[in-house]
Design a protein around this ligand. Structure first.
Ligand code: MG
Length: 280
């Protein structure tokens, strides 16, 4: 896990890094009056970017979904853990290469955009790296090839460590749960993670926003992903209670987030307030 550093007094806030599930919508239903919320952000000159650990969808699919909810954003404003992972691979393999992928279209298209070749099961052995992202068509052959490559010392990456993935029926195995199978089979080799709570995706968001950590507020509904990720890169954080984490969790989380609010709308009202963020 990344080191935690507290940055409690952000004045003024110039930008927001927003989680989506549990902040913007929950089970497909919008949380609050989204067109009004984002009109307010624009009026106040606050930049924003979405950062999600979900690697299954492409940014274009999120742009489409946001647009149906009355929120129009540009492609640079959506960073998924798949986009972050492809950037991380580009950093480590600047001249490209063959990547063995367990993952859905979000991961594959992000890698292709960065110029990588996607290995198949049949030519997996040639791969320069292995990447795991949630794959709802995961099977034994994919897990076998990934394990063989990692055991051989081929660099191992993963989009995010979330143990579960929320669905309307409850929590189902997430990326981290599947990764743990490869880690176990490969004798304890851990992947390099792109997504929250690890810092790479947040640093990418800051770079796109062009703001410093101190003037960028990270908003999310989970302590162990969103709040930890924000704290890891030195951003002030706000937890919203419209998703997974509940208020009593905030009593034990150290350092606590700068704010705990009912939802995104309440967070933005606090930013409009000229008072500095209070560290409670
Ligand atoms: Mg969330």
């Amino acid at each position: 896990m990344p080191e935690i550093e507290s940055k409690p007094m952000p004045t003024p806030i110039k930008a927001l890094i927003l989680d989506m599930d549990g902040v913007i919508w929950r089970d497909e239903a919008p949380i609050g009056d989204l067109p009004k919320i984002f009109a307010t952000l624009r009026q106040r000159g606050l930049k924003f970017i979405f950062a999600t650990n979900n690697s299954t969808k492409t940014p274009e699919q999120y742009i489409e979904k946001l647009s149906t909810l009355g929120v129009n954003v540009e492609p640079w404003q959506v960073i998924t853990s798949a986009i972050a992972a492809a950037q991380l691979l580009k950093r480590d393999f600047p001249s490209g290469g063959h990547i063995f992928v367990i993952g859905e279209e979000g991961v594959k298209s992000a890698l292709r955009e960065q110029g990588f070749e996607i290995s198949t099961i049949d030519n997996a052995e040639k791969s320069d790296a292995v990447i795991f992202g949630l794959d709802r068509h995961v099977n034994f052959a994919k897990m076998r090839e990934a394990t063989l490559l990692v055991r051989r010392g081929v660099p191992f990456y993963a989009t995010n460590p979330d143990k579960t993935f929320p669905t309307p029926r409850g929590e189902i195995p997430g990326s981290g749960a599947w990764v743990s199978v490869i880690v176990t089979a490969a004798g304890g080799v851990e992947p390099i993670y792109a997504g929250k709570p690890f810092p790479f995706m947040m640093e990418l968001c800051l770079q796109k926003l062009g703001t410093t950590p101190a003037e960028t507020l990270v908003v999310g509904d989970r302590f162990e992903t969103d709040i930890l990720a924000g704290q890891a890169v030195g951003c002030p954080t706000a937890l919203v209670l419209s998703g997974v984490s509940v208020e009593s969790d905030s009593e034990t989380w150290r350092p606590p987030p700068a704010r705990v609010e009912a939802d995104l709308s309440a967070v933005i009202n606090q930013i409009g307030n000229s008072l500095p963020y209070k560290y409670e």
